[in-house]
Ligand binder design. Structure first.
Ligand SMILES: Cc1cc2nc3c(=O)[nH]c(=O)nc-3n(C[C@H](O)[C@H](O)[C@H](O)COP(=O)(O)OP(=O)(O)OC[C@H]3O[C@@H](n4cnc5c(N)ncnc54)[C@H](O)[C@@H]3O)c2cc1C
Length: 543
């Protein structure tokens, strides 16, 4: 009898796990609360327009390519991808712009136009981060179940390169003097929902990945990728039950034995949780069963920012780039408003996607599907979105003029707005923190909820809430890590179906003293930073 696994949620993490587990011969059922697959990587379709709900930057396809290969297909066969060049425009509120490209000479010229002495720094940045990524890869691909893994991963030897206590912005000062140029290489920390002034410097690899491996647009949007994943999973025999919210995980003692929904009970040998980690714990697992991640503990953790979203179907087209990122003149203040003061900025940074310039499938002929995103504080008592929503919408319509979108409201044929309150209640995201637990040093590696969930038996986590973290490539990596652990625990011969988890980086065992010393060094390095006290722990309304 083959083993049976239930996956809660059909987001990218859940779908990737389903593919890997099914390819290894496990019977898989995905139970999804919404009527469609994809989670935050699904689409909004209305009146002939199609918008990605969340992700619009498809980066580093390698991990998903390997997952599709395990299923006997290829990403390129399933989804048409366009590599964008320029990959995006960055417009600075402080003046100037960069049309960022991986053409090194062209990029050097653009940097030089903003700040002549900074142009040579581009090549140095690429070279150093190429080496850094190579050194980090084993860490991203391993489960990190405890201190021992840190020691084994030779992480200590990498410390000089990783500079764990330096922010991305500080690190970039080595290459670029002009603040605007540095911002072009560190705004990507927003992909993790973090300020580049706080985000650990090892995440400089995010912008490196864009230049080295490209920024892609999947035709049909990123949601076309999750739709393809669902197709591939179903071909492998995965059953996907939609419109079926899981109401509780069933346990015998501490061991998960299935899930209960409003209409059925599904029994299984193991349960994979892809639903938002903190919300799923609160709602699906009794508090007293959890040891480390109790409700009280969850309330004290640091969470990423949220996003205010506008999806606009507009009459006419715009001769503007596919992606435009506008960085507010007072960017540090804008970030302080988001992360520390938890208030709305008067001059927020924003991002506009005008994907129809690349992909005409997204809107009726002669019309445009615009996606507008402003990073804002996660849910906090300082902001009442039922009051702020119309004002902030108008503010955003004014803001986007700065990126060339002088939009007469009469041209808007379709409009949808999503606020942090909607992410929280309609999409079941704890505090509406769209990028999960913050990626601070004290919430990374083994300090993040483990892939083989440490509080319960037979429960595995996938998605942005576990190791390695948020963002599609790492979410796919989390699926590989968790599936490998689960297959090992079920005693299923993986047959090499998924790419090997890099245990090969383990060093030969060291003497007890050396290990203790190493652990202590790390304990010091990863000691939690002081937690800002103004982050509310108030419970949030249920839908
Ligand atoms: C606005 C926005 C922009 C982003 N932009 C990018 C980007 O450009 N590039 C990038 O790489 N990443 C981006 N991300 C981050 C990340 O890649 C996506 O959020 C990704 O979809 C997260 O995947 P996941 O598998 O962790 O969870 P999700 O996509 O949230 O999937 C979880 C699934 O679980 C389901 N679920 C929840 N509770 C239950 C329940 N009780 N029962 C059954 N099912 C349940 C949900 O409905 C959902 O389908 C963005 C995110 C957002 C929100």
């Amino acid at each position: 009898m083959s083993k049976k696994v239930i996956i809660i949620g059909a987001g990218p993490g859940g779908l990737a796990s389903a593919i890997l587990l099914a390819a290894a011969g496990v019977r898989v059922k995905i139970v999804e609360r919404l009527p469609l697959v994809g989670g935050r990587t699904s689409s909004i379709e209305a009146e002939g327009f199609k918008f990605d709900l969340g992700p619009t930057f498809f980066l580093y396809p390698r991990v998903l390519e390997e997952i599709f290969a395990a299923a006997g297909t290829s990403l390129r066969t399933e989804v048409e991808m366009v590599r964008l060049d320029p990959q995006y425009r960055i417009q600075f509120g402080a003046g100037g712009k960069l049309d960022c490209t991986s053409d090194i000479t062209a990029m050097e010229k653009q940097i030089s136009a903003l700040s002549p002495p900074d142009a040579p720094g581009f090549r140095c940045f690429l070279d150093e981060n190429r080496a850094k990524l190579a050194a980090m890869e084993p860490c991203l691909e391993s489960p990190f179940l405890g201190w021992q893994d840190l020691v084994q991963m030779r992480l200590l030897k990498m410390l000089p390169m990783l500079r764990p206590h330096q922010s991305v912005d500080t690190y970039l000062k080595r290459f670029f003097k002009d603040e605007r140029v540095r911002l072009a290489f560190c705004f990507q920390s927003k992909y993790l929902g973090m300020s580049p002034f706080r985000c650990p410097s090892l995440f400089s690899i995010l912008s490196f990945l864009e230049y080295e491996y490209g920024v892609f647009h999947p035709i049909g949007g990123c949601a076309a990728v999750t739709a393809a994943m669902a197709r591939v999973a179903e071909r492998l025999g995965v059953e996907i039950c939609l419109n079926e919210p899981v109401e509780e995980i069933l346990f015998t003692g501490r061991r998960a034995v299935g899930v209960r929904t409003a209409t059925s009970t599904h029994r299984a040998d193991a349960v994979v949780v892809n639903a938002d980690f903190a919300r799923a714990m609160e709602k699906l697992v009794p508090d007293q069963l959890r040891r480390r991640w109790t409700n009280r503990k969850l309330a004290t953790k640091k969470y990423s920012c949220s996003t205010f979203m506008m999806y606009l179907g507009v009459e006419g087209t715009f001769d503007l780039p596919h992606h435009t990122i506008h960085i507010a003149k007072e960017y540090a203040e804008n970030l302080d408003d988001i992360e520390n003061k938890h208030v709305l900025s008067d001059d927020p940074s924003f991002y506009v996607q005008n994907a129809c310039v690349t992909d005409p499938t997204l809107a009726p002929r002669g019309q445009s599907a615009l996606y507008v995103l402003a990073p804002v504080t996660h849910q906090h008592p300082n902001v009442d979105w039922s009051q702020e929503r119309p004002r902030f919408r108008q503010l955003m319509l004014n803001q986007i003029k700065k990126a060339g979108y002088d939009l007469d409201p009469a041209r808007i044929r379709y409009e949808r707005v999503i606020t942090p309150a909607d992410w929280d209640t309609r999409y079941e995201i704890y505090r509406g923190a769209t990028f999960n637990l913050a990626h601070t040093l004290d919430q990374m590696l083994h300090l993040r909820p483990h892939n083989r969930f440490e509080d319960l038996d037979g429960v595995y986590l996938v998605g942005g809430g576990t190791h390695p973290g948020s963002g599609l490539p790492v979410i796919f990596e989390s699926a590989r890590i968790s599936s490998k652990l689960l297959l090992d625990d079920l005693g299923v011969n993986n047959g090499g179906a998924d790419a090997p988890i890099s245990r090969s980086a383990a060093v030969p065992s060291r003497s007890g003293n050396a290990i203790t010393e190493a652990i202590q060094t790390f304990a010091r390095l990863l000691r939690p930073a002081p937690v800002p006290s103004d982050d509310s722990a108030k419970p949030h309304p249920e839908p």
